[in-house]
Design a protein around this ligand. Sequence first.
Ligand SMILES: [Zn+2]
Length: 310
Amino acid sequence: MVRIGIAASLMFAGSAGAVLAQAGPVRGDAAVATSGQASGPDFLARPFGAVRPLSSGIRLSGPPVQGALLRGKVPTGVVALDLDGVKVPLAEDGEFLLGFHRDAPTLGVLTVNFADGTVMAEPLAIEPRSWRREFIAIAARGGVPSEAFMARRKPELEMIAAARLRASDSTGWRQPFIWPATGRVSGIFGSQRVYAGEPGAFHSGVDVAGPTGTPIVAPADGVVILAAPTPFSLEGNLLMIDHGMGLNSAFLHLSSIDVKDGERVRQGQQIGRIGATGRATGPHLHWSMKWNDARIDPQNLVPAMSALGK
Ligand SMILES: [Zn+2]
């Protein structure tokens, strides 16, 4: 446990070396906290008492793992929280979400601000995951994108960025998530192709194959933050839904979008249909999720597809 004053914490935050040097006594606690069950589909339902609290009194629903999303609760008296300098939104009851990017460093630091001005730095050991890699002998196709492509792409990226800034008051983040579509999982989160030694971008979501026109439902309550008016060059018909607390979902390649921008949706409500619009080799749903800027694995939030008999 490291309980430090504000002045000390500023020094602390300013020097990665100091964090590592002082992390020693705390890492033991972190290790205990991370030795619980692996994160699973019931992460939202798991009682907090099942996992040992961190030194600060914060409780987490599971171990920090790359690509995972955890639910947590701060003890009374905590007024603000950040993970590696990124503000963690806190609900009125002290609950919050904590997501770990696919390539998150194996040591994170939670900075915990108490009402009395005390600041604690709580190191978190983040378990690495081994991601599927496919090695391709030839160089990637493409090369430098054309001016025409960039001219079309720029406003698309701006719309996506603007959508992500639209935080809603949705409480969908508190629900156990359901699959937006069921079927064969044809692509998994985090996988990556390496072309002649050059790694390509990792796969940012999970793919579910299905015939064009198959209904897609909202995996949890939320607010529509983007319903692409025309198909985007890569994503095709793109729909984005905010679930609150920095958590959002994107649904790509749809053949139709059945909800409107700003609309509140309920878990299980039809929001669109599977398609192959944009860059897709066949009809499937690509479902990706972000918590703040962290890309997380949607399969962490839902039951195994095999458990559904699919
Ligand atoms: Zn995909």
